[in-house]
Design a protein around this ligand. Structure first.
Ligand SMILES: *[C@@H]1O[C@H](CO)[C@@H](O)[C@H](O)[C@H]1NC(C)=O
Ligand SMILES: *[C@@H]1O[C@H](CO)[C@@H](O)[C@H](O)[C@H]1NC(C)=O
Ligand SMILES: *[C@@H]1O[C@H](CO)[C@@H](O)[C@H](O)[C@H]1NC(C)=O
Ligand SMILES: *[C@@H]1O[C@H](CO)[C@@H](O)[C@H](O)[C@H]1NC(C)=O
Length: 257
């Protein structure tokens, strides 16, 4: 397994209005926008991974977590990964998560998958008791497959998957209750009572429009300007088609070192 020390830079962009306390019951949903399942891409620098979270702030009083790992399908080598910061508050409503991946430009991997995990932990029953076997927590994993091809792959485009993000899954929150005092670390802590298991996810909960494509393009172009002078050729987001126009140079040697 290769080093996992490559820094992952996450960009959290709130795209909807600020919300106050969650109205329960509600559903927290996690979607993927990019890459698109079963698609062949050019290994551009940086390569975007784009996710969306809905109603994340409803999960404040339990541990809310998502992560993704980018894995070489041939040898299960983890190329890179990203995750929520479990110490920080979950994002506000309808949040776009844009992560640039730097490691694909030189990768020899051809077939890859993203292993996506989403869960809410440290949950309790209606009396505020957290079972030690964690049987009330809800988490799930979903794989997404894609391939790399320098010559024939598509240049990443956040809108190529159509106007709707692909749901990874949804978790239902019934209510928030005080933690049973035998478990509480301090008076007044509370925990979430979840609906059992994954809940039906809403199709098209997140609209992938030109504004989203522009946010992704702008975010990616922040990274290539100073870091890639040898090996990529990228154009800023200027063309009318509003595609992210950054791609690997077919002849990297001409930049010399
Ligand atoms: C977010 O929460 C609101 C209020 O509970 C609900 O109507 C909506 O369906 C939820 N969104 C998703 C994607 O679950
Ligand atoms: C890719 O390889 C080139 C040439 O060896 C190197 O200079 C560059 O830092 C590598 N890029 C990344 C993102 O690892
Ligand atoms: C987990 O523990 C609770 C009681 O604490 C018990 O009722 C339940 O059957 C256990 N579940 C599993 C899957 O072991
Ligand atoms: C991607 O497609 C595979 C089947 O090829 C399916 O099993 C998987 O659930 C899909 N992933 C997502 C995120 O929809």
């Amino acid at each position: 397994m290769r080093s996992l020390s490559q820094p992952i830079l996450l960009c959290l962009l709130a795209t909807a209005s600020l919300s106050t306390a969650a109205n329960l019951p509600t559903t927290v949903q996690f979607d993927i926008i990019f890459p698109v399942n079963n698609t062949v891409y050019k290994p551009v620098y940086p390569f975007p991974v784009v996710l969306a979270v809905h109603n994340g702030s409803a999960a404040t009083s339990s541990a809310y977590h998502w992560d993704w790992s980018l894995v070489n399908y041939e040898d299960y080598d983890v190329i890179t990964y990203g995750s929520s910061n479990i110490e920080s508050s979950p994002p506000r409503e309808d949040t776009l998560v844009i992560a640039p991946v730097f490691d694909l430009i030189n990768s020899t991997a051809k077939n890859l998958f993203l292993r996506i995990t989403f869960g809410i932990f440290e949950t309790c029953d209606a009396k505020g008791v957290m079972p030690s076997n964690k049987s009330l927590d809800v988490a799930f994993h979903k794989p997404l497959y894609f391939s790399l091809d320098r010559e024939n792959g598509q240049i990443p485009d956040a809108t190529a998957g159509g106007p709707c993000a692909t749901p990874i899954g949804a978790i239902g929150i019934e209510k928030e209750v005080p933690v049973d005092q035998r478990w509480a670390q301090d008076d007044g802590s509370s925990c979430l009572v979840l609906k059992s298991g994954a809940q039906p996810a809403q199709e098209c909960a997140f609209r992938v429009d030109e504004a989203v494509a522009k946010q992704v393009a702008d975010r990616m172009s922040q990274f290539y300007s100073d870091a890639n002078i040898y090996f990529v050729s990228c154009k800023a987001f200027t063309d009318i088609s509003r595609k992210w126009n950054c791609y690997t140079d077919p002849n990297p040697a001409r930049y010399g070192q």
